[in-house]
Design a protein around this ligand. Structure first.
Ligand code: GLU
Length: 513
């Protein structure tokens, strides 16, 4: 154990990118970092990795803060709480990355590259075709003074790192021991992009070092990139932190957990009525053994608190086998919390905190006022606003003269169309649904009818667009995906073809294939 925490004080970080809804997978990584920090009296840092300018949004950053706070993942330093080694938002650290890129250039470890991604792909294709795939070398040894002059004159350029052409990178992963990756697998990674922003690889190494991070606990999808990071540590002459790669969360079928299959956003779980303590407990179980059994049965107690997790947390006990995120099991565990951990009074408070409050009901009232004869009509007509899921009937989902398989595809396009809605408003939702009707050349009512049933579980109800706005994207998407399954689903292959058409054209007037 001592070797894994030889550095004191422990400083760990979670570094989410604000490019979408706050993902359970990021929260799970953050939880393990937080538990490790708490176990060793260290610090947990939140860093916002927003160098992908096209996809990063302030609103997603806000959602990360809200989602993590709801879960109880409290950070000691971060963009919104400050700290001694900020700024903690990468978009505010440009100068630092430029300075470090310059150092690498001066030392001959990096070079200007003017080749476009298309040219590079063509070069690789040609190599493959001719049976002699070779790395592109032309720019590595170009005269740096000339290259700098070209870049200064405004020619579009990036800065790449020179990777060794032979040999093997050997590094230690705290969970897996020694990992060896041949440098022939490591390309000349772009460090600074043409927009002047760093890539993840440069920024992560520079920041982890300057922020005094002692342990990098992150997802195992970063293992193949680690040699690039080790090279950077070497070039800068810095000691690398201990690296530990956690298994990724999986769907029950073994595929990587993705919103195309399962809800992945923290908001979904909050809205569907899971308790934050269940979420933390379940996320811990994803890669950590249950607590010792309290009843001599010897099976281990799967329900445990965050404090109990922290008390027991040792890096060497982390499980690397299948982290299957199973909704049924999560719901079972949540039921145990509701029954065993909450008093009736606390249950009432939890319900009020969740949705039975003036704020949420106040947003539903305008949709319901003209649709009631007595107050007793309120709940039955809008219970779907308070439901974890709804259960639409096939005959309500399929309009006359349409096929179930067609409607499933229409709902698939509805998911994609709604995912692009911005800002999330009634009018924008209407435009998104009209776009679907146009794409399929269907009357709008043939689109809205299945939508009503899919999101409300009933073919009539309060206005559809407003209701979707209130349910928000995550709950809506999950209901649309569930309705698609009820209709027999859309195969992966068909979805791929459909997605191409959807992205490529405004219409599919030729009909449904
Ligand atoms: N921004 C990266 C991500 O969201 C962080 C990975 C890391 O922890 O180094 O996956």
């Amino acid at each position: 154990m001592t070797e894994l925490v030889a550095h004191r004080p422990v400083r760990v970080r979670a570094a989410p990118s604000p490019t979408g809804a706050a993902h359970v997978g990021n929260a799970y990584i953050a939880l393990f970092n937080l538990a490790f920090a708490r176990r060793h009296g260290g610090h947990f840092v939140m860093r916002i990795e927003d160098t992908d300018r096209a996809r990063s949004r302030k609103k997603y950053e806000e959602r990360l803060y809200a989602g993590w706070r709801w879960l109880g993942l409290h950070w000691d330093e971060g963009p919104d709480v400050g700290g001694n080694v900020g700024p903690y938002r990468q978009s505010e650290r440009s100068e630092i990355y430029h300075e470090h890129a310059r150092q690498l250039m001066d030392a001959g470890h990096a070079y200007y590259s003017f080749i476009t991604p298309e040219e590079l792909a063509a070069w690789r294709d040609k190599g493959q075709r001719e049976g002699e795939p070779a790395p592109y070398e032309a720019e590595r040894d170009a005269d740096p003074v000339m290259a700098q002059a070209r870049a200064k004159s405004g020619e579009v350029s990036v800065i790449r790192m020179k990777s060794p052409r032979e040999g093997t990178c050997v590094f230690t992963d705290a969970f897996r021991g020694e990992i060896r990756i041949g440098y022939d697998q490591v390309d000349d990674q772009v460090l600074l992009k043409s927009d002047g922003f760093p890539t993840y690889h440069l920024a992560v190494v520079v920041d982890d070092h300057l922020m005094g991070i002692t342990h990098v606990i992150r997802g195992e999808d970063w293992i193949p990139s680690t040699p690039k990071h080790m090279l950077l540590y070497e070039h800068f002459g810095w000691e690398a932190p201990m690296h530990a790669h956690l298994p990724l969360l999986l769907n029950p079928d073994g595929t990587k957990m993705s919103k195309r299959r399962n809800p992945t956003s923290i908001d979904y779980y909050r809205r569907a009525g899971y308790l934050p303590q269940t979420m933390l407990n379940y996320m811990a179980l994803m890669a950590y053994p249950p607590a010792p059994s309290t009843n001599n049965a010897g099976d281990g107690e799967e329900k445990f608190s965050f404090d109990n997790f922290v008390e027991r947390f040792e890096l060497e006990n982390v499980n690397l086998g299948g982290s299957v995120f199973d909704l049924d099991k999560l719901s079972w565990l949540n039921g145990r919390y509701l029954r065993e951990e909450l008093s009736e009074k606390q249950l009432g408070e939890a319900l009020r905190h969740w949705a039975l409050n003036d704020e949420y009901i106040g947003r539903i009232l305008p949709l319901m006022q003209s649709r009631m004869e007595t107050l007793g009509d309120f709940m039955p007509h809008c219970s779907f606003f308070f439901a974890r899921s709804v259960d639409p009937k096939i005959e309500d989902l399929v309009p006359k003269k349409r096929e179930a398989s067609e409607v499933a595809k229409v709902l698939q396009t509805a998911v994609w169309s709604l995912e692009c809605v911005e800002p999330w408003s009634r009018d924008a939702v209407e435009v998104a649904l009209r776009r679907i009707a146009e794409f399929w050349d269907w009357p709008i009512r043939d689109v809205t009818r299945p939508m009503y049933s899919a999101v409300m579980g009933q073919p009539v109800g309060p206005p559809l667009y407003e209701s979707i706005v209130l349910l928000e994207l995550d709950l809506t998407r999950t209901r649309l995906l569930a309705a698609m399954e009820t209709l027999g689903g859309v195969s992966k292959k068909k979805a791929r073809g459909l997605e191409k058409d959807w992205n490529g054209s405004g219409s599919r007037r030729s009909g449904v294939s």
